[in-house]
Ligand binder design. Structure first.
Ligand SMILES: CC(C)(COP(=O)(O)O)[C@@H](O)C(=O)NCCC(=O)O
Ligand SMILES: [Mn+2]
Length: 973
């Protein structure tokens, strides 16, 4: 099959002479472009070592973006600064956007659920939109018919929803937290949460639910000057559950025998359901719709019973300790089992003369009576192991709740039962036990489902009770969940007193719990926490130290004996309980009202972006290893991109630890953060980099490759123009495939770059482009483009080109292809990332690249002018042509993501609008066309182009080998 073998590629260093061919090997043109000239023109050698040496000498500083590019977050309190406020656009518009040029801080809002054992906090931080409404955007908006009028008013441009909890006994820590984040300010009246803070702070009202909203109201007033507006607990639970079930894709899951599976819910068929909230006590609520519910039952035997009795019987100091203890327990020592009564025999195996009904089917290990053995044993409390007591209690309570729940579901004919409340704590054994009881009593007819945000239903509901926040009608695709470093380890713990020096760092508890999302880590010792410390840099040292303590959560030793003696044996033995059992599996919810489902997906409900299934453990292990091995190199690049300073090195180190910890966590529990695909892992890496303030690790590499490629573009275009249509189309597609080799995310490719210049590699790659490619639908595509038997087909109306990498990939691959389409009368929209990811080109960078290319090409220039990409229209035509007639436009839109892959369920509104009139999609690169969307079906024609730069993927996906190519053409669905 076609493609470069590893050996062939390795010849580059020795055989530079072999690649003296011109870019177009078949060209009849008398190109005078020699390899030497190319290299000189480009002036570039991309040998990795030379690169990083330069970087380490601080050579990159020049390339650093202007300061305004970095996200500024002041630690001081957000107060709206209305000075110089102005209406953007027409003031006659219905909800005109008001620009606050001097407003720089987040705006936060808070709701609480103050329960008997835990305080749950949901708070929202909103960022003012500081994106520049540049000319490109304006023209694109005009062309695509996007107006500000359809922008929602609340929240103006989204924000983030955070979830934190505290033990109620540590209320003061909670108050400190609220105070340090200034969450008690902002929002005056209880209805309009987006009203701004009044001068008189005493008027500030916060929504709260749970008993503590009454009990601690005075304390809130005294300490924070906040009045508590009490919300009905049931109302809140239901509102919270409804919001989660409708708005979060991977919220509900089943948990049977240690296996977690996310449930795809049909939002139109959600009601009715039974909501079982297990807090200190248990409420069972029949939910028929938004705000329509009835508390149908409950039980006083709940989480409080487990914790209360458990504390008395075992002397445990915390709920989590008690839960942990249960994992080493054996309940047979204390529970009376069927076998104990029947001499070790299953009830069903008793002789028929004794067995009245063989239908009961109780096994010898079934618990006949919880704690029943304690009656006959002549033992005292001290004679029982606390571990066994804890397990026996846990099973007793969980089974009981499962059973009562099922009976209530049966009573009202409800198909679905959702369990929430902090009793569950993501504890595998508890969930298995409840699931088992539901399954057992319903004889498999009913299934228990659990919620990832189990403990936050009430707090979320209280939050929803602020009117007009616009969250109630948010859709799944408008929410992006992110897992900052703090999230998996959130314990809601607050820092101790101000830190003097590094020796005190060990005393910080939960250091990483609260900084990443709303406090600029660089200011962690600054005013953000109300702490003052002159050693500004010390936070990172502390983090790094703390990071070494953050090992992957270690599973407890399997109890071995646990589990025997149930109705049957739940096979999950709580092995997934982490050492920090209170840790949350929830991230920060980013609310992005501008995200939309890509309108050209043939079947959005069935769409699954990921091609590789990471629930296959060997697959997960492989990608885990690949990403771990990439890490040192990535850290080098990231640190170099920030000038190689000591601060950058420390951040690089912390990033490596954070990302490794995430990987380890996911290896242990792949579904911890929702359903996991390769795209999520690759995105997590980019997010993690951003979290540590590395905004564009490959910036200088991208710039150099762009310059080198732009230098040879005119020659390439000249050669192309000498070809006939058919040869040109083939050369263009070859060009895209060949240039896709410039991928800094692939180990094999990076090794290659150490052996040659980009131009050498590019030529080599092109010369190896023999057809047929491993997946080769070129002839079909050619027929669609050029027609057959003399019939000229209708050109496409609009093509969306999802571009991938900077440098040769976009300049020598995708731009010439775009030019060909434009030449045929097709509007072209280049779709690029909103944020950097590896060496992918971004929508911000593209206009400059296009402008540079347009200097040498009239077709591109006219199209770019028409698409608003050229700010100053050039007067001189370069090819002497007088064709000044208007051209079809070339536009650039952002895709809404910052990852090497793309999930088409969540794209920018710009892209969704551009898709409206599109009849051709070209997806390019491994990330966008193979890892994701390889199997995606579209309503319009689709061309998927990529070079496979990973041996394993090549074997799995196309039964080929590394450097094989994919050209998949699919007609409209
Ligand atoms: C990150 C990538 C998807 C980027 O590929 P691209 O979309 O640029 O073609 C790809 O480089 C990749 O899958 N890399 C990891 C595997 C490896 O090192 O082989
Ligand atoms: Mn890429």
């Amino acid at each position: 099959m076609a493609g470069l073998s590893g050996d062939q590629v390795l010849e580059i260093d020795d055989k530079t002479e072999d690649i003296q061919n011109n870019i177009n090997k078949d060209s009849n043109c008398d190109s005078n472009l020699t390899n030497r000239e190319v290299t000189d023109k480009a002036g570039l050698v991309v040998r990795g070592e030379e690169n990083s040496n330069n970087n380490n000498q601080g050579g990159e500083r020049d390339m650093a973006p202007p300061a305004s590019n970095s996200i500024h977050r002041s630690g001081s309190r957000p107060q709206l600064d209305l000075s110089k406020a102005a209406i953007q656009g027409s003031s006659e518009e219905r909800d005109p956007t008001i620009l606050l040029p001097n407003q720089s801080d987040d705006i936060s809002h808070l709701a609480l659920d103050i329960g008997g054992s835990l305080i749950k906090l949901v708070y929202f931080s909103r960022h003012e939109d500081r994106s520049i409404d540049d000319k490109r955007k304006k023209t694109v908006k005009e062309r695509l018919g996007i107006s500000n009028g359809n922008r929602r008013s609340y929240p103006i441009l989204g924000g983030r929803l955070h979830f934190v909890k505290f033990e109620t006994s540590k209320l003061n820590e909670c108050l400190d937290f609220i105070s340090s984040k200034q969450l008690h300010r902002g929002g005056i009246d209880s209805h309009h949460w987006n009203s701004e803070a009044p001068a008189n702070e005493n008027a500030v009202i916060k929504k709260a639910t749970g008993g503590g909203a009454y009990k601690f109201a005075d304390l809130f007033k005294e300490r924070l000057g906040v009045s508590i507006d009490k919300e009905d607990e049931m109302d809140c639970l239901v509102a919270g559950a409804n919001f989660l079930l409708k708005a979060i894709r991977h919220e509900a899951f089943t948990h049977m025998e240690g296996h977690k599976e996310f449930v795809q819910l049909d939002h139109n068929d959600l009601f009715p359901y039974l909501l079982v909230n297990i807090g200190s006590g248990v409420s069972m609520i029949k939910v028929d719709g938004d705000g329509k519910f009835q508390r149908v039952s409950g039980t006083n035997v709940g989480g409080g019973t487990y914790w209360g009795l458990g504390r008395l019987l075992t002397k445990c100091k915390s709920f989590d300790e008690l839960l942990e203890l249960s994992q080493r327990g054996d309940n047979r020592t204390i529970d009376m089992l069927v076998g104990d009564i029947y001499g070790g025999m299953d009830y069903s195996k008793l002789p028929p003369s004794i067995l009245k009904s063989s239908q009961i089917g109780l096994s010898a290990s079934t618990i006949a009576s919880s704690f029943g053995k304690a009656i006959s044993d002549k033992k005292e409390l001290e004679d029982y192991r606390p571990e066994d007591i804890s397990l026996s209690l846990l099973r007793m309570i969980s089974y009981n709740i499962g059973q009562i729940s099922y009976l209530n579901a049966l009573r009202f004919g409800l198909k679905r039962i959702f369990f929430g409340g902090f009793f569950i704590r993501g504890h595998a054994y508890t969930m298995d036990t409840i699931s088992f009881a539901v399954h057992f009593w319903s004889q498999g007819e009913a299934q228990a489902m659990f919620l990832r945000h189990e403990g936050f239903l009430g707090a979320l509901g209280a939050f929803m009770s602020y009117e007009k926040h616009g969250l109630d009608d948010l859709m799944v695709h408008q929410l992006v969940e992110r897992f900052p470093m703090g999230a998996p380890y959130t314990g809601g713990k607050i820092h101790g007193p101000p830190l003097g020096d590094l020796n005190e760092k060990a005393s910080i508890v939960g250091f990483c719990d609260i900084w990443p999302e709303s406090i600029n880590p660089l200011e962690i010792n600054g005013p953000g926490l109300g702490l003052s410390c002159s050693k500004r840099i010390s936070w990172m040292e502390k983090f790094v130290l703390k990071g070494t303590e953050i090992t992957a959560p270690v599973p407890m030793a399997p109890p071995g004996t646990t589990g025997l003696g149930g109705f049957e044996v739940p096979s999950s033995r709580g092995g997934t309980l982490r050492s920090d059992a209170s840790a949350l599996n929830v991230g920060v919810l980013h609310l992005v009202p501008t995200l939309e489902v890509f309108p050209l997906l043939a079947n959005p409900k069935m769409y699954e972006p990921n091609t590789i299934d990471l629930s296959d453990h060997s697959e997960l292990e492989y990608w885990f290893t690949v990403l771990s091995e990439h890490l040192p190199d990535l850290v080098d690049k990231a640190v170099a991109s920030e000038g190689g300073t000591d601060d950058a090195k420390r951040r690089g180190d912390a990033f490596a630890r954070a990302f490794s910890a995430h990987l380890a966590r996911l290896m242990e529990e792949p579904a911890a953060y929702g359903k996991l695909g390769l795209a999520n892992l690759l995105e997590l890496r980019e997010e993690c980099l951003r979290e540590f303030q590395f905004h564009d690790a490959y910036r200088s590499i991208k710039q150099r490759e762009n310059e080198a490629s732009l230098a040879v573009l005119p020659d390439l275009l000249m050669e192309l123009d000498c070809m006939d249509e058919e040869a040109r189309l083939l050369t263009l597609i070859e060009g895209v495939l060949a240039a896709n080799i410039f991928d800094w995310g692939s180990r094999a490719c990076v090794d290659l770059y150490h052996k040659g210049t980009i131009i050498e590699i590019y030529r080599m790659s092109r010369n190896k482009m023999q057809r047929p490619w491993r997946v080769d639908d070129f002839d079909l595509f050619k027929e669609r483009m050029l027609g057959s038997e003399g019939k000229k087909p209708q050109p496409h109306n609009r093509a969306l080109l999802f571009v991938d990498n900077s440098g040769a990939d976009v300049v020598l691959g995708m731009l010439p292809l775009a030019r060909e389409l434009i030449r045929r009368g097709t509007e072209v929209v280049l779709v690029a990332n909103s944020l950097p990811a590896l060496n992918d080109v971004t929508a911000m960078e593209l206009p400059d690249i296009v402008a540079e290319a347009a200097k040498h090409c009239d077709i591109l220039r006219r199209a770019a002018e028409a698409g608003g990409l050229l700010v100053d229209a050039m007067n001189n035509t370069l090819d002497g042509s007088k064709e000044n007639a208007s051209s079809v436009p070339l536009m650039v839109v952002e895709n809404g993501c910052g990852s090497p892959c793309i999930d088409l369920r969540q794209v920018s509104s710009e892209l969704a609008a551009a898709a409206k009139d599109a009849d051709l999609i070209i997806l390019e690169g491994m990330g966008r066309a193979l890892h994701t969307n390889f199997n995606a079906q579209f309503k319009c024609e689709a061309l998927k182009l990529a070079m496979v730069k990973n041996q394993r993927l090549a074997e799995k996906l196309i039964k080929g080998k590394i450097y094989d190519c994919v050209c998949r053409y699919e007609p409209a669905n």
